[in-house]
Design a protein around this ligand. Structure first.
Ligand SMILES: [Zn+2]
Length: 449
């Protein structure tokens, strides 16, 4: 069956899919879909969001007044898209400002004396350039490379292509379907059933296109690299890699809005839950929103989302029998290697080990490419956030080696999530080497005994 045929079949079966998810305590999903009768994931619309003359600002919050100003601005206006929230004096913040607001915003910066830099004058130019680096959706999986960006259809065809190339050690793994009935698929590499397993989750945030690309690169490297140490890693560990755990969101970024982050569940007039705020671990306690219109909406309840339940069910069913001892989540951007927790500054029991392995991984990247990655606990490194998959895997599934990577570019990047395609390969390579450093280091410390 073709991917689109699969999608239509899944659409027809949508009633069955909802019935299956009786664990969805949110309740909103069914009410909203009957009210708005969603039959196709994105309707018949061919409309595409545009960001002409949107500006990217980097602002410095030098005083409490600045912090208050930006907190109010974020509350008041959805014409300003914040990367993180205004929290404290001394913080640098990136804000995407809608074209019709640039004059007013500029005047506010002047009146309140906010130091700032304009990182980009016309964000749409970056998106246009990026879309030229996308290979059409009907491209076969065999044509996948790390010099272009690929639609979900091609990535999924590549998974099948790889299994056909390596039938003795590779197999397709599936979590089940997304909110809109798209399968959540990945690969399992296993040469010995007794091996401990490394689990890679990628693409939970739709617009972070480098993440699925880094995940497919990792699989390819494990299978094709000649280096002894890499072959050893592929022989002595099993790997379960899901390149895209938010397939509806990922598709939406190619078809309708390059800057979409969440899933595509409907809540009355707003779409989407931030799936990395939806996990049942200190859910919605900090760095998450209760407002469905926000980019970090935590959902109506913990684990309300189908994609969250799929991943949780998969991990619960496999963490023991597959001996999953490492959990790595791939994101962009900011160049960070972070470990639990996201919701509290309290240290995890193996903080020192995770700090050491994370720093070694960051050093390895600097050796390879000169890029500077920062390592630390998530709350210390990027910002407070709760309900993330990594915290849940670490605390609830007892996976002791758990990291969230923010890949290229740097935190003051003017490209934000729009990484140029010529950076895919170097980014994926340094990420692979960082993961290798972590796994080899954890092995030396006895985590896989
Ligand atoms: Zn992310």
């Amino acid at each position: 069956m073709t991917f689109s045929a699969m999608l239509s079949t899944a659409m027809l079966a949508k009633g069955g899919l909802s019935a299956e998810n009786t664990g969805n305590t949110g309740g909103n999903a069914d009410e909203s879909s009957s009210q708005y009768a969603v039959k196709k994931p994105f309707g018949d619309s061919k409309d595409v969001a545009r960001y002409d003359h949107y500006r990217v600002y980097s602002v410095m919050l030098d005083t409490n007044q600045h912090v208050n100003l930006f907190q109010k601005l974020e509350e008041q206006s959805d014409s300003l898209t914040f990367m993180g929230h205004a929290r404290e004096v001394g913080q640098r913040l990136t804000v995407l400002v809608a074209a019709h607001k640039v004059a007013d915003f500029g005047i506010l910066l002047e009146i309140y004396g906010v130091q700032h830099r304009i990182l980009a004058l016309n964000f749409q130019e970056k998106i246009d350039r990026n879309m030229k680096e996308v290979i059409p959706a009907d491209a076969a999986g065999a044509s996948l490379d790390w010099k272009h960006f690929f639609h979900l259809e091609t990535i999924y065809d590549w998974l099948e292509h790889m299994v056909a190339q390596y039938p003795t050690c590779l197999s397709i793994v599936e979590m089940g379907n997304s909110t809109h009935g798209v399968p959540i698929k990945g690969l399992k590499l296993s040469r010995k059933s007794t091996n401990k397993t490394i689990f890679i989750e990628s693409g939970i945030h739709a617009r972070e296109w480098i993440a699925p690309a880094a995940a497919t690169y990792l699989i390819n490297e494990l299978l094709t690299a000649k280096h002894d140490a890499i072959q050893k890693l592929a022989n002595d560990f099993n790997w379960i890699v899901f390149p895209c755990v938010n397939p509806d969101g990922y598709k939406y970024t190619f078809e309708h809005d390059r800057m979409w982050r969440k899933n595509r569940q409907l809540f009355g007039t707003c779409h989407g839950v931030d799936l990395n705020r939806n996990y049942p671990d200190h859910w919605n306690t900090t760095g998450a929103s209760s407002d469905p219109s926000r980019y970090d909406y935590a959902g109506p309840s913990a684990a309300s989302e189908i994609e969250t339940m799929r991943l949780m069910d998969f991990l619960k069913a496999n963490v023991e029998n597959e001996q999953i001892r490492t959990y790595i989540a791939l994101h962009s951007y900011s160049q960070m290697i972070m470990f639990p927790y996201g919701y509290t500054k309290e240290h995890v029991p193996n903080y020192n080990d995770l700090q050491e392995l994370g720093s070694n991984a960051a050093n390895r990247i600097q050796e390879i490419s000169g890029r500077k990655y920062v390592s630390g606990s998530l709350i210390e490194t990027i910002y407070p956030s709760s309900g993330g998959s990594m915290d849940w895997a670490y605390s609830n599934m007892k996976v002791p080696i758990a990291y969230t990577f923010e890949l290229r570019g740097p935190s003051d990047s003017s490209d934000m999530f729009i990484l140029p395609a010529n950076e895919i390969e170097p980014t994926a390579h340094e990420t692979f080497e960082a993961i290798r450093t972590i796994v080899e280091g954890a092995n030396e410390k006895g985590y896989y005994k």
